[in-house]
Ligand binder design. Sequence first.
Ligand SMILES: [Fe+2]
Length: 164
Amino acid sequence: MINTKKPTQILKEEHKEVLQKLDALEEIFAKLDSKQEVAERLKELAGFFAVDFWLHFAKEEEALFPEIEKFIPRDGGPTGMMLIEHEDLRNTNARIQEAVSQYLSGSDAPETREVIRKKGIYFIALLREHITKEDNILFMMADMHMDGNQAEKVLKLFGEIEKR
Ligand SMILES: [Fe+2]
């Protein structure tokens, strides 16, 4: 495993990128009234959270979490908690995506902007907190308990997920 990054390190790097995108989203959500100014960047960011972002979740849900669950059970444990939050983030994201496409396709009624703003603020806060928990608690546990074989298995699955 020399010269290879740990799975948690890869996920942490992805978290950094996601946090930057959340900062950008936060700025845009505050400027929805100036559509001309924000439309292009919003489209790009919404695109990231519609597609690429879910590969990150897949890496956690399908590759890392099952290995962690070999030493800490899902039910009542940290992966169970993270999965509940993933579900909340998925549902919230779906609502935001719907409102964003309405906004971008022209029918940017005040109610649409309000949905984007409200759900957006919730999504940003939840995801920031979620990332903090993963980085500082869950990944630390994974680093403590996972052996080289497990890490290798997770990395292999990461590769397969990235090809999707
Ligand atoms: Fe994550």
